[in-house]
Design a protein around this ligand. Structure first.
Ligand code: FA5
Length: 332
């Protein structure tokens, strides 16, 4: 046989090792094992040999063919594995890899204050009530004993909505409409607080925001007196601020309470800060909600949650609460 099988196999091994794709290996397989390959040609020449020589040359040729078939098969699947691995590597999405670690946020200062207020009052046996932010004149004013001609309407600096009759629909200027909505659907005794957003045409300054938060309180029961109101406010102030802070009531005027008062809390420097208004629910308000004022009495209060946060965290300016500066917000 003219073909040097050992050298031929060594060449094939070298070529297979150098192949870089499965297609390369298929081409090598055609070259070394295909119809026009040297091995096929050598097989054809076997007929010319004498029988003994033909047998041993045939065995050697078959052995070489088998070895080449195994060689190309192994190299082919090796390259297929490598290709799959590098494709997976290229398409991998590492969802755990982060350029910046995630920082967990926390509730806004005003939300924290509102939650705490709710907790304090729920602890005192109150339920939490809600009302809409867009109100009608009936709930925002009339049912609260503020008829259309009443000068107190002006003091609420109302933002009206362009809907229906002029000045008949508005963004609520206080949370007191929730008193009416609650008394309309609930039989006394009633013990509720209603926190929520309120709106006025006030220009933002160190102590005012045009959109701010109030919390309303309403108690309707038998034999309720001004003493109960004063005691409730005192208890709440202690629970919310701690023992150091004191509260006081000052005579004032609201059309929906009689008598009415403003309540202040003491600052660390000994001065007083006005927090809200309160009083005994006016008989006209009870009548407007179908409650007999001879059988039921009650008190109501409403104060600013943003002002309360300002006091509690000793802020210089209420506008800090809405500037959305994370360097400020992160501190609380
Ligand atoms: C009222 O709104 C009454 N509804 C309160 C009330 C309820 C009285 C129940 C009697 C019975 P006044 O307008 O004073 O009252 O507002 C109450 C509180 O809301 C103020 O003391 C203040 O703490 C807060 N507040 C009012 N306007 C603003 C504003 N522009 N920015 C921030 N807080 C405000």
């Amino acid at each position: 046989m003219e073909l040097d099988l050992d050298a031929h196999l060594a060449d094939a091994e070298k070529a297979a090792a150098a192949a870089s794709t499965e297609a390369d290996v298929r081409a090598l397989s055609a070259e070394y094992l295909g119809k026009k390959s040297q091995l096929k040609a050598a097989k054809k020449q076997l007929g010319a040999l004498d029988p003994d020589e033909r047998r041993s040359a045939g065995l050697r040729l078959n052995d070489a063919i088998e070895r080449l078939e195994t060689l190309f098969e192994h190299r082919g699947s090796q390259l297929a594995d490598e290709a799959r691995r590098s494709q997976l590597e290229a398409e991998r999405l590492d969802l755990t890899e982060l350029l910046h670690p995630i920082e967990r946020g926390h509730l806004h200062l005003v939300t924290q204050a509102r939650d705490r207020l709710e907790d304090v009052f729920v602890g005192m046996g109150y339920e939490v009530a809600e009302g809409p932010e867009v109100e009608t004149a009936w709930y925002n004013f009339e049912a609260l004993n503020i008829p259309e001609w009443h000068p107190a309407r002006g003091s609420f600096d109302t933002i009206f909505v362009d809907l229906g009759e002029p000045e008949s629909v508005m963004l609520r200027s206080h949370t007191s409409p929730v008193q009416i909505r609650t008394m309309e659907v609930q039989e006394p005794p009633i013990y509720i607080v209603a926190p929520g957003r309120t709106f006025r045409t006030d220009t933002a300054d160190a102590t005012h925001l045009p959109a701010f938060n109030q919390i309303e309180g309403l108690v309707i029961d038998r034999g309720i007196t001004l003493g109960d109101l004063a005691g409730t406010i005192d208890t709440f102030v202690h629970a919310f601020f701690g023992g150091e802070v004191r509260s006081r009531l000052r005579p004032s005027y609201f059309p929906f309470t009689e008598p009415s008062a403003e309540f202040d809390i003491s600052r660390p420097d000994g001065s007083w800060l006005e927090l809200g208004g309160c009083g005994m629910v006016h008989p006209n308000v009870l009548r407007n909600c179908g409650i007999d004022p001879d059988r039921w009495q009650g008190f109501a209060f409403g104060f600013g949650i943003d002002r309360l946060a300002v006091m509690r965290y000793q802020l210089d300016d209420i506008r800090e609460l809405v500037n959305n500066d994370v360097r400020f917000l992160r501190q609380f």
